[in-house]
Design a protein around this ligand. Structure first.
Ligand SMILES: [Zn+2]
Length: 304
């Protein structure tokens, strides 16, 4: 795994908790998935389960470490959404497991990835366990959207401190991975530096660059480029996110010379974001009609 320097302070905080007598029963990990939340949970779980923890982290040698790395530690219970939701049955099964004795003599550990996806019944079922956790039980609750967690759940967890990297740190990280920083413009499409690094590795970035070129051309001529017309369903969201970036660049430029036009283009780009959001739940949005409409609306705004 590539090292993610912005995760380190939180991992160190967790390590200090593990080595102290103040280890809480539940820890909230509010780290964006695009910033390496899965890597973080994996690292925390390895440290929590290791029975000979070193100052640098899990020892990698003990029985617990070996079982964890092999993916069959009997006291480790990872939970994530089954479909769009984490369902009450998943949490009931988990809380049942957490009341049994740890087989390896260490902790029983649960990770709940994307805890904001717990439906109401699931959250309530978990709440009971957080109120009366069994001995030597640790629950790591991860969320991308802390605001969507029940306050009663949040208040029963200790939240790890986390500071998201700024653009400069992400740039430095890409350079350290021997990747070009020319692709920084596509960071919002990727949703984070890890995915952006993937895009550079598998050359998907060239697809995004082409989208950008084609959007600029479509907006200036008023005719939707063929490449944007024949786009595959799986790339629609990315194409629209690129369009959003193109329009927002335009807003920045326009705001210096024409505030009203800038506001209109901004509203158009806001609409695109809303459609992107809808697409995640309703893939049947009429993409082509939308694109034609955006291109012609843009032309009209420019003509005003
Ligand atoms: Zn170990």
């Amino acid at each position: 795994m590539a090292s993610l320097p912005w995760l380190e302070p939180s991992i160190e905080q967790f390590q200090r908790l593990l080595q102290s007598s103040r280890m809480p029963h539940a820890v909230l990990v509010a780290v964006d998935t695009g910033l390496g939340a899965r890597n973080m949970l994996d690292e925390l779980a390895a440290r929590a389960l290791c029975t000979s923890l070193t100052p640098l982290g899990a020892c990698g040698q003990c029985k617990s470490c070996q079982l964890y790395r092999a993916g069959n530690h009997p006291d480790f219970y990872p939970i994530e959404a089954d479909g769009n939701q984490i369902k009450v049955d998943q949490i009931r099964a988990l809380t049942g497991n957490l009341t049994t004795t740890a087989q390896q003599g260490g902790k029983r550990l649960a990770t709940i990835y994307g805890a904001e996806r717990m439906n109401h019944a699931a959250a309530n079922a978990l709440l009971k366990t957080l109120e009366e956790p069994g001995e030597n039980t640790l629950i790591l609750l991860h969320t991308d959207i802390p605001g969507q967690l029940l306050p009663t759940l949040k208040s029963r967890c200790q939240q790890l401190k986390f500071k998201a990297p700024d653009e400069q740190q992400i740039n430095a990280w890409l350079v350290a991975q021997q990747l070009t920083t020319d692709a920084m413009w596509a960071l919002p499409v990727a949703g984070g530096p890890l995915k952006l690094a993937d895009y550079l590795h598998n050359n998907y970035i060239t697809v995004l660059v082409q989208f950008r070129v084609d959007w600029l051309s479509s907006l200036s001529t008023g005719h939707l480029c063929a490449s944007l017309r024949d786009i595959g369903e799986e790339q629609i969201t990315d194409a629209l996110k690129v369009l959003y970036i193109v329009l927002m660049d335009d807003v920045k430029r326009l705001s210096v010379i024409n505030g009203l036009s800038a506001a209109k283009v901004a509203s158009l780009s806001g609409e695109i974001m809303a459609v992107c959001h809808t697409l995640t739940t309703m893939p049947s949005v009429n993409y082509l009609a939308l694109c034609h409409r955006i291109v012609s609306t843009y032309q009209r705004l420019k003509a005003e």
